[in-house]
Design a protein around this ligand. Structure first.
Ligand SMILES: *Cc1c(COP(=O)(O)O)cnc(C)c1O
Length: 427
């Protein structure tokens, strides 16, 4: 890596995205403690469910233990509606393919496997870093029998969800919307997490508001909300004893966690404003470098700016190779690469991260089908055939992109230091 010169490391580590608390959280948690409502029932859960439903504009919100649990039950509901009740101990998607976002966190797609379905990954578009509607259309030409789409909004930037909805409708398919990273983001003036037939959000420790953990299932359907509530509490039937007629899960949110999230919720708009300011400072501070920021459709969408990312232009990339767990790069004057920038950030105790490695490149999903727009990805996506049509979009963004420290508590002074380090990486 290049010289840091006189740039000092931070006294305390600067995080990618850490919890930001305000005080009300503690009040609600203390209330739960003092009134002894310490299980999965209580005022915090009720108030949080009402509050989130009102904020995003849906009829029902069901508080669950995490976003992954919400996605699991969403996918299970979709499977039942599409393919009927599964036999006991059999996933609802057994034998069925599901179109999934490719550049996302694996929690988006694992629930498809939990339900015995087979994920088919859809390549990414350059202008939102999300599911490419053109690749989705092509996937329906290849697999016309598919009836379910799982689509995520990466880093808080809305996917072209209205277009994805139009394509889904024209093929009679349902959508599970993964808004885990995009709470508060809008598309066409509407909140993400309301476009899917089934929707999930997350309150994981690094998300824009957090309960340390937690998630929610969002819907307008009373029946679906009731079903998720029942499944999430071990599918207990209304009988004097523990009576079970369906497989159940222990997925309900605790009233203590709900207290944390309840206290965070009123601060969501403020967190979004802070994240947006961070994104804009990076855009201005890095404008003279051969990079681009993670893009969004400014006409139709308003991101929540959860993570700021950059993409190095091809001509400014220095040689870098990645194995499954390690990497190697050459430090070249006037150029840089994500691993060099990450090394330099780590040297000043700032946390960056590579862009989420696409699902089709993950060993666990490497045998699954992967659909790109025509002409792309004919070469091996791991071969890094830089700058050619041979490479799919997802692996190209993974190769050239990285996530920058985006903590809401980062001061402009701290951010200037990060910006300075990125400049030096191109020295
Ligand atoms: C965080 C995340 C999830 C999972 O949420 P958890 O609450 O951690 O289970 C799902 N999808 C995406 C895209 C995420 O970033």
């Amino acid at each position: 890596m290049k010289e840091l010169g006189n740039i000092r490391p931070f006294e305390e580590k600067l995080w990618l995205s850490s919890p930001t608390m305000h005080g009300d959280e503690l009040r609600y948690v203390t209330e739960a403690y003092e009134t002894n409502w310490l299980s999965t029932v209580g005022e915090n859960i009720d108030a949080l469910e009402r509050g989130v439903a009102e904020y995003v504009g849906c009829r029902h919100a069901v508080a669950l233990s995490c976003g992954t649990a919400s996605l699991h039950l969403a996918v299970k509901l979709a499977g039942e509606r599409l393919y009927g009740m599964a036999r006991p101990n059999e996933g609802t998607l057994r034998g069925h393919k599901v179109f999934c976002s490719d550049m996302t966190f694996d929690a988006t797609v694992n629930p498809v496997a939990y339900e015995d379905g087979e994920a088919v990954f859809i390549d990414t578009e350059r202008n939102t870093w999300n599911m490419d509607p053109a690749a989705l259309e092509r996937a329906f030409a290849l697999y016309p029998e598919v009836r379910l789409i799982v689509a995520a909004h990466l880093y808080g930037t809305p996917a072209r969800i209205a277009e994805i909805r139009r394509i889904a409708d024209s093929h009679g398919a349902l959508i599970v919307e993964d808004a885990a990273e995009s709470l508060g983001a809008m598309y066409d003036g509407r909140q993400t997490g309301t476009f899917g037939d089934y929707n999930a959000i997350s309150f994981n420790g690094n998300k824009i508001i957090t309960g340390s953990s937690g998630g929610m299932f969002l819907t307008d359907s009373r029946a679906d909300a009731d079903k998720v509530r029942k499944w999430s509490t071990q599918s207990r039937e209304a009988a004097p004893w523990y009576q079970h007629e369906e497989i159940g899960y222990n997925y309900r949110m605790s009233n203590v966690i709900a207290g944390l999230v309840r206290g965070q919720l009123p601060h969501l708009p403020e967190h979004i404003a802070q994240k947006k300011a961070i994104y804009e400072r990076y855009r201005e501070g890095l404008a003279d470098l051969p990079i681009e920021m993670n893009p969004f459709d400014g006409e139709r969408s308003e991101p929540n700016y959860w993570l700021s990312c950059l993409l190095i232009r091809e001509e400014a990339m220095s040689p870098m190779v990645r194995g499954e767990r390690d990497f190697l790069y050459q430090s070249v004057p006037g150029r840089s690469c994500p691993q060099e920038i990450l090394d330099m950030l780590a040297a000043i105790r700032a946390e960056g991260r590579p862009v989420w490695k696409p699902m089709h490149m993950q060993p666990i999903y490497r045998m699954n089908a992967f659909v790109t727009v025509e002409g792309n990805g004919r070469g091996q996506s791991n071969a890094y055939i830089a700058g050619t049509e041979e490479q799919d979009v997802g692996s190209d963004i993974f190769r050239r992109g990285l996530c920058l420290p985006s903590d809401n508590k980062m001061t402009p002074e701290q951010q200037s230091r990060v910006i300075e380090v990125i400049h030096r990486s191109f020295a």
